[in-house]
Every structure is written in structure tokens, then in C-alpha cells.
Design a protein around this ligand. Sequence first.
Ligand code: CA
Length: 236
Amino acid sequence: MSNRIMIIEDEEALVVLLKYNLENEGFEVLTESRGSKAVAEVEAHHPSVIILDWMLPEMSGVEICKLIRSKPDIKNIPIIMLTAKGEEEDKIKGLGAGADDYVTKPFSVPELVARVKAQLRRAPEPQQEKEKIFEDIRMDMVEKKVFRGDNYVHLGPTEFRLLRTLMDVPGKVFSRDFLLKTVWGDNIYVESRTIDVHIRRLRLALNKYGPDYIRTVRSTGYALDASQHSDEEDFE
Ligand code: CA
């Protein structure tokens, strides 16, 4: 999987610019503009590097930085803080709050990209993922087994790969095209409806032991989601 970068910034033009450039470098880019949602997003998606703006609505970059550093499962993620021009005090506070680096606005995009890469080189190698967990669903990636609570869920290899993809980023809506490429591969012709068949099998197997967490997004694709559903979705 590619390195995942999270941009926490409310300045939309800057987010678009950074996302574009980082994606060109092969990174997967997630964005969040609301300070109050930032920490939960980091916990949900475990980015490799966080680009965090100093000034955000609802919660400041420094507060977010401190909060991230206080949480054992995310505290080691490198943080690059974006600060306003010439505010030396901000930089000092930022580093005091636990940022690993800071970049002063306005900055050049190549410079920021270089700093992201520097943090990645510094970051410890991600451990071989041994399991994936979403709510009561646990995938043992070594044994290639799936459990729901204490129950073993028997899945075929295609259903296993589908679930693994959905569990990579819970909440994200994966298009049918993306799932076809990821689960079946680029060079194999599979009808789009085939996915629906395998999703149905996956649901049948998982839902024996708990509620339906697979969300169908009409005419788009599928996501893993434990929250209450709006009327936008249908259930097969
Ligand atoms: Ca801002």
C-alpha cells in the first residue's frame, strides 16, 4: 500500500494544490478541514505523515498536535506543522507541542514534498500488518482467517480480498471499478454485477454473527460503515 498522507487544513485552495502534488508523487492523500474532527480522522486512517495547519476552525493545530501525542496508537506519526509567515513564536510553540517539523507559509510545494519524504525516511518501517479490525470483525492476515466476535467466518478467497479492501479504509466508499481492479486485477474482464454477487456472499457470511456493516451506495459502490444509514442507501 502507498504511503498515506493526511492534510489537516481549512484553506481549500492550498489543500487542492497539496493533494494534487502529493498524489503525483504517488502518495494516498486524505484531507480534513475541521479541527474538531482531525484527531478522530487520524485515529481512523493512521496516516504515515500528517501535515497540520496552525490555524483551524474549532481547534488549533497546537491543540490537535498535543492530543495526537497523548494517544498511544497514533503518537508516533510524524507531524509537519504549517505556520504563518514570520511568527517565530508559533514555530517554537509548535515544536513544543510535539511537531516534528514546521514549514512557514508561503512555502514552495517541492519544499514541503521534500520534507514529507524526509519524515517518511525517518519514520520506522511499518510492521507487517498482522490483523485488521473493524468493530467486531477481525481479519487475521497471517492465517487468512476472519472472525466476528468469537465466531469463525468462512469466506472464499474473493470475499476475503473484498473485505480486506473495504477494511483498509472503513467509511470510504469504494467504487465498483476500484474493487474490480483491486480484487480481480487489471487484466481480467469481470462484469460489474459480479461484484454485487460477491458482496452478497460476503454479507451472508458476516451477517450470521452481527449487524450488516456493508453499506451499498447506490450506483457508486460499497463501504464499510457501522453508523446508522441514511435513506440514500439501499440494502440487498
Ligand atoms: Ca488555516
